[in-house]
Design a binder for this molecule. Structure first.
Ligand code: PLP
Length: 422
């Protein structure tokens, strides 16, 4: 396909793009568990207005756009405050959780090299840790030790300790881990890392903008942030439970000294002095301004409200799933993520359920979950936008499971699909 010979008018462009969306998930209806986190129509109105105002700005050089430097500073300070990093904590905005994780891993490698002379760096992560850590190890030449989870889906910290060597530059815990939604034992992980002189990263990409508000609402939240001694960095995605549009995350370090290891500075180029805080060069100001607008429009009370709505919906979903014969929730997630699997012990005489067949049948009814494995399960990230349709969801789910049991439905395609290439 080549470019049209003559440029097309605005109406035609909009119509063509709208037509392409025909098969996109219907997140606006609350029927998608992940991908888009909907903070409601009032927030959308603010975001729409800010989007057209900041569409063209470039944060490559904040001397040209001081507004973006200020926005980044304020967003990072607010995030550091939520993570109890105090005045010492320092960070940058990034394009998302993956980039925040890449920067945390790079900073750990550089610190290990410069302070400890480690030239063959290693890192230790749970098998529940996000795939982005594997991408980082691959990208930055680090040997990764993958540690199994225990029965409760939390990383096995004894096995973790066994993997630590003199060359360990980073130990990782998740709050919560994406696949089953449980929070690792961050205190023990941090002690293991600190003993080794290594960085310790809490991956709070999912939790960073919900756990602080859950705690403020009186929920029992296990320790995960900078109050845990030994934690040196935290990633928190504003474009997930921060309810900002895509392209916004924060990487935080306990101190400015630790943050220094993630930056790249080069002054031997014909183009002039080049200082770079993350993986990007030219850097859209759009998601930065949208993140700021979202955070300042919602405020603490707005986030507490959305957190309350999301956590109630998630609790209703867990209870509803557990009440359906033939399926179950994996482990005991307490917050907004859960994995739905076939009940491994179906009642005598009953056929086991193919959970992927259930997922496909739900998709036919307009509900979107990610497939994940192992073990075969359906993943749900619950946010405020899902709350209004949770009753309808559970009715459909009970229906679909009963149908799958009655027909012994099974699907041949066992592929999973967290992320795709094209
Ligand atoms: C989403 C997620 C990431 C990756 O973030 P992206 O914004 O998708 O790059 C990392 N860790 C956890 C726990 C996540 O949920």
């Amino acid at each position: 396909m080549s470019l049209p010979e003559h440029g097309q008018p605005k109406d035609q462009i909009l119509e063509a793009l709208e037509a392409k969306r025909a098969n996109d998930v219907r997140w606006q209806d609350g029927r998608t568990f992940g991908m888009v986190y909907d903070g409601g129509p009032e927030l959308h109105a603010v975001q729409d207005a800010v989007a057209s105002a900041f569409l063209h700005e470039n944060a490559l050089n904040t001397m040209a756009f001081p507004s973006l430097g200020q926005i980044q500073g304020e967003v990072v300070r607010a995030a550091a405050d939520l993570c109890h990093g105090g005045d010492a904590a320092a960070g940058f905005m990034t394009s998302g959780g993956t980039e925040s994780i890449l920067m945390a891993v790079l900073a750990a490698r550089e610190r290990g090299r410069i302070e400890r002379g480690i030239d063959r760096p290693e890192m230790v992560v749970g098998e529940n840790a996000h795939a982005a850590f594997h991408k980082a190890a691959h990208s930055f030449g680090i040997t990764l030790h993958k540690v199994p989870v225990r029965d409760d889906w939390r990383v096995d910290t004894d096995a973790m300790a066994d993997c630590v060597t003199d060359s360990t530059v980073l130990v990782v815990g998740s709050a919560p881990a994406y696949p089953q939604g449980v929070i690792d034992d961050i205190e023990t992980i941090a002690a293991i890392g600190a003993d080794a002189g290594a960085n310790v990263h809490t991956d709070a990409c999912m939790g960073g903008f919900i756990l602080p508000f859950a705690e403020q609402l009186g929920h029992d939240v296990p320790p995960w942030d900078f109050r845990v001694p030994g934690v040196t960095s935290i990633s928190a995605d504003i474009h997930k439970l921060g309810y900002a549009p895509k392209g916004a995350s924060v990487i935080l370090h306990r101190s400015k000294e630790l943050r220094r290891y993630q930056t790249f500075v080069f002054d031997q180029w014909l183009g002039g002095f080049y200082a770079s805080p993350n993986m990007q060069g030219t850097r859209s100001g759009l998601p930065m301004a949208l993140a700021w607008a979202t955070m300042w429009h919602l405020g603490l009370d707005g986030y507490q409200h959305l957190t309350d709505v999301a956590l109630r919906a998630a609790a209703q979903m867990r209870a509803g799933v557990r009440a359906i014969d033939g399926i179950d929730v994996l482990g005991d997630p307490q917050f907004h993520l859960l994995a739905i699997a076939a009940d491994p012990a179906p009642p005598a005489g009953a056929a086991g359920v193919d959970i992927f067949a259930v997922g496909d049948a739900m998709a036919a009814r307009g509900w979107f979950h990610d497939r994940q494995a192992p073990p075969d399960s359906l993943h749900a990230t619950v946010s405020a936008g899902n709350a209004p349709v949770m009753n309808a969801y559970l009715v459909d789910l009970a229906d679909v499971v009963a149908e799958a049991q009655a027909t012994a439905a099974a699907v041949d395609d066992r592929s999973t699909n967290y992320a795709t290439l094209e």
